[in-house]
Structures are given as C-alpha cells and as structure tokens.
Design a protein around this ligand. Sequence first.
Ligand code: SF4
Ligand code: SF4
Length: 97
Amino acid sequence: MTMPSKIPAVQWGRKLPRITIDAEKCTVPFLCKKCLQTCPTAVFRVDRVMAKEKRLEEMDPRVDGNYVLSVRRRDKCTVCNKCIDVCPANALRIELG
Ligand code: SF4
Ligand code: SF4
C-alpha cells in the first residue's frame, strides 16, 4: 500500500468568522431573503418575532420587525462574501476572527 505524498489540510481549531446583521437596515428579511437564497451553505435563517397567537394580518412580512434574520450555522460560513454582494441594504458584515 502506498501512502499519499501529501496529507490534506485539516481545519483544526478554525476560528469562526464574526457575522453581524444590522437589524436597523435589514427590516423585512422575510420579504427580502436575498442572503438566504444566495448563501451556498445555508448560514442564515428567518424567525418570526411575534407570538404564535397573533392574528395572520399582524404577521405581515412587509411590516418592519415582524421577522428577524439570524445566523444559525456560523461554522458553515466560508467567507465567500456572496451574501454581502447581494444585500440591498448593506446590512451584513463578516469579519475573520
Ligand atoms: S460569506 Fe458566504 S458562506 Fe458566509 S454567510 Fe455569506 S454567503 Fe454564506
Ligand atoms: S439580503 Fe440584506 S436586507 Fe435582505 S434579508 Fe439578507 S441581510 Fe436582510
């Protein structure tokens, strides 16, 4: 059996990027979703802010603050910056540790 000449790089102790979402700029993420649709590794998620018992019209995605964008898989971010490129509100910032 021959051993591989080069051992593949392993990301031991990789520092996770810091992902900042400016909620004052990203006000209607459920309507926009551009970063979610663009991110190749599904880092983002949109959550409903309002309680479940609220009426449907009160959960209107066009109303500011009814939904909020959050980062669920920071470990999956490859810092490709595709989300920053598509964000129309310039609401995202990604920094390497
Ligand atoms: S930088 Fe790339 S991998 Fe990271 S959250 Fe944005 S689109 Fe996803
Ligand atoms: S692309 Fe920008 S404005 Fe749109 S949901 Fe993502 S962070 Fe918010």
